[in-house]
Write a protein that binds this ligand. Structure first.
Ligand SMILES: C[S@@+](CC[C@H](N)C(=O)[O-])C[C@H]1O[C@@H](n2cnc3c(N)ncnc32)[C@H](O)[C@@H]1O
Length: 235
């Protein structure tokens, strides 16, 4: 990927148009309770493989596009400070209410910061987030964040992530990939080409684990993958 700040400058004028369209769709999903992506339990691959990052308990973890994910509670239970960003106030309110937490609320730039214990959520648009609002971050947890965007916006998502993160750090990604019909089963054991092309300039990418679900119908086969990305630059 070319230098990300330059790239982001070049594409940013188009970003607003692309993301306004998507934002309206996501807000509508939460309003209509069309939230099939939400998992009613902590993701088992998170609990199993998170230790490969080797983070200290006091680390600060960024959860972009966090929804009302219970994974944030699990991360906080490990002793981490968790900071999510989520567009929908419906999702943020549901997270705290359903987990019987009593958050404080205050404005931070264009965001509302909700906070209870070790979990904070900035309610607003990820693309409006700056490094100073985010603060120090030791690792990013991405489950269904990159892939929540259409392909034409994913480049912007990663460019923005690189802009707001400190130069060192780790990214932990969980994906669910559907192999193309007719693709060799070995293909499912490789790192996804899109993840490699988006991150490889700045991060060393390791595919830590692949779990293939074989169904009789090839269209229903999926591979759950766990990635550990480590920044190539050391602060
Ligand atoms: C596929 S869901 C994943 C949620 C969560 N990561 C999980 O695992 O349940 C994507 C989430 O991103 C939020 N979202 C979409 N675009 C956003 C944006 N530009 N800024 C902040 N949140 C956004 C949506 O409202 C939705 O809750």
């Amino acid at each position: 990927m070319p230098g990300c700040p330059e790239l982001f400058e070049a594409v940013a004028p188009h970003a607003a148009v692309l993301t306004d369209r998507d934002n309206a769709n996501w807000l509508q999903c939460w309003h209509d309770r069309q939230t099939g992506f939400h998992q009613s339990a902590v993701n088992p691959l998170l609990a199993r493989f998170w230790p490969v990052l080797g983070l200290a308990a006091a680390s600060r973890i960024f959860v972009p596009l966090c929804g009302k994910s219970l994974d944030m509670l699990w991360l906080a239970q490990q002793g981490h400070e968790v900071i999510g960003v989520e567009l929908s106030p419906v999702a943020v309110q549901a997270f705290f209410r359903e987990n019987r937490l009593r958050p404080t609320r205050r404005p931070v730039g264009p965001f509302t910061l909700w906070q209870a214990g070790r979990v904070s959520i900035l309610c607003g648009d990820y693309f409006a987030l700056t490094g100073s609002e985010l603060g120090r971050i030791d690792a990013v947890y991405d489950r269904a964040a990159l892939t929540a965007f259409p392909e034409d916006v994913r480049l912007l998502y990663v460019a923005h992530l690189k802009l707001i993160l400190p130069t060192s750090g780790k990214v932990f990604i969980l994906t669910t990939e559907m192999p193309d019909a007719g693709a060799s089963p070995m293909k499912s054991l490789e790192a996804d080409a899109e993840i490699v092309s988006l991150y490889e300039t700045d991060f060393e990418i390791e595919l830590v684990h692949v779990e293939q679900i074989f169904e009789a119908d090839p269209h229903e086969r999926v591979a759950h993958k766990v990635y550990r990305l480590s920044s190539r630059s050391v602060e």
